[in-house]
Write a new protein. Structure first.
Length: 479
């Protein structure tokens, strides 16, 4: 390449760099300065608090120096494990002030079950002041808690923004107490919305994902937009990854803060069903168009859905006139409804559209949402050959012996699967087990072998509804 061509290429490249840099600087200057984060941090930091917690746990210990010696164990066994001692445990988290009278929002997992809470407030002169705090209210479902201090003066507060209006790619700032490094600031963008995490103690379906660095101790701190408003509460991380932090949308907090302050818990409507997503096989078996909606796994006896007439296998497609995308969408919509609300529910039952008006009860905080499912009739069926091609060798009429052997509810109806074919797919997968109570095949109730044959027809794959330990499952089986 000639010198002139090289010079021309370098000039073009430099022009591109300058144009990009100029655009970036123009974007920054549009916020009113060379660095828009600095004023956000200055204004917000005084309303961000550090939370120190203490808890006493009992731990087993051995007073004997030779407890691992086999001769020692021969004479004393494991009796040394009966010795316990109290061990003080400490932890840290973050929070932010939401009322001038000292209400502070944080994560429930930061303060849940602790014996002592101490809040450090940053004063305008840069000094700190500590206050004891009490839990005003908590909500494990959203992992949020409202705690209260008694300040000597009115406190600065953070304004809550609108997380629904947030766009992927927007700049955000996180402030918190990671690893005890107080009021640490990190910045990044919203990298995704509506993220689901179901692991250990985290069970949430609407996280904001950000690449702003979030570490242990950031929990409960604010995630701020470029207007300095809170749009999320920093909550979770993926410990083996970089640039993956998760925050609860602030609109979730706005939904429940009134209840937390007034009642100490959230008053949520209770329908009395468990639901799951729909597969293409289920849609075909239950005569539903597409896979949108939420299929009812269980209807809890005596609860509102049961009283209104909903049944297992119903596919919920609408709630109060809004289309249901999937089971998570349905659960989130029900969570926003108050007890006493009349929920208008549209379902598809075996190809037929039906509507129900259900008056919601109040969900008890202690309820796990999975009481035992029951029905009200008995079966006198005997075995069927129709299921052998699907790996189920034998089903039997339910009786007292089988009920006791497999712990089947005294009022449940159906056929008991008592034998699986060796080396079959059903046996290998482990999804179908001996002792499962077969309730439906392809959306049709089965009480006799003829019911099974009629439901299967010539299908190469089928959908089974089975009951196991009081819960209902939908399982696909193929030849």
């Amino acid at each position: 390449m000639s010198i002139s061509k090289k010079f021309l290429a370098c000039s073009i490249a430099l022009a591109l760099i300058l144009s990009i840099s100029g655009g970036a600087f123009a974007a920054i200057s549009s916020f009113g300065g060379n660095n828009p984060i600095v004023p956000i941090v200055k204004n917000a930091s005084v309303a961000v608090v550090n939370i120190d917690v203490e808890k006493t746990e009992k731990r087993s210990f051995s007073p004997f120096p030779f407890d691992d010696d086999p001769i020692f164990k021969r004479f004393f066994g494991d009796s040394f494990k009966e010795f316990t001692r109290s061990v003080p445990m400490k932890g840290r988290g973050s929070g932010f002030i939401v009322s001038r009278e000292g209400l502070i929002l944080t994560n429930n997992h930061v303060v849940d079950g602790v014996d002592k809470i101490t809040v450090s407030v940053l004063l305008s002169d840069g000094s700190k002041k500590t206050y004891p705090a009490t839990i005003k209210g908590n909500d494990p479902a959203y992992d949020l808690a409202l705690i209260k201090i008694e300040p000597d003066e009115k406190l600065p507060v953070l304004e809550l923004g609108d997380s629904d209006a947030l766009e992927v790619g927007e700049w955000v700032v996180a402030i918190g107490n990671p690893y005890g490094f107080e009021h640490s600031v990190t910045a990044g963008v919203i990298s995704a919305k509506n993220r689901s995490i179901h692991a250990q103690d985290v069970n949430f379906d609407d996280f904001l994902q950000t690449d702003a660095a979030i570490n242990p101790g950031n929990s409960g701190g604010p995630l701020l937009n470029m207007e300095g408003k809170v749009i999320g509460i920093n909550t979770a991380i993926v410990p083996y990854a970089q640039g993956l932090g998760f925050a609860i949308p602030v609109n979730k907090a706005k939904e429940i803060m009134g209840d937390l302050e007034s009642f100490g818990h959230v008053k949520r409507g209770w329908l009395g069903v468990s639901v799951r997503n729909i597969t293409a096989e289920m849609a075909k078996a239950y005569k539903v168009e597409g896979t949108n909606g939420a299929m009812v796994n269980d209807v809890f006896k005596g609860d509102p859905a049961d009283k209104a007439g909903l049944k297992r296998g119903d596919v919920i497609v609408e709630l109060n006139g809004e289309k249901i995308k999937d089971s998570n969408d349905f659960v989130q919509k029900v969570r926003t409804l108050a007890p006493g609300t009349i929920a208008k529910i549209g379902v598809v039952r075996k190809g037929k559209k039906m509507n129900f008006n259900v008056k919601l009860a109040e969900r008890a905080n202690s309820a796990d949402g999975r009481p035992s499912a029951t029905t009200e009739s008995k079966s006198n069926a005997t075995g069927s050959d129709a299921l052998k091609d699907f790996g189920i060798s034998k089903v039997e009429a339910i009786n007292d012996t089988l009920r006791r052997a497999y712990r089947i509810d005294s009022n449940s109806e159906g056929l008991v699967i008592t034998e699986l074919a060796r080396d079959s797919k059903a046996s290998a997968d482990g999804e179908i087990r001996e002792g499962d109570l077969l309730i439906e095949v392809n959306g049709q109730e089965v009480k006799t072998p003829e019911d099974i044959k009629k439901a299967i027809g010539n299908d190469e794959s089928i959908v089974l509804m089975i009951e196991r330990e009081g819960s209902t499952y939908f399982i696909m089986a193929s030849k």
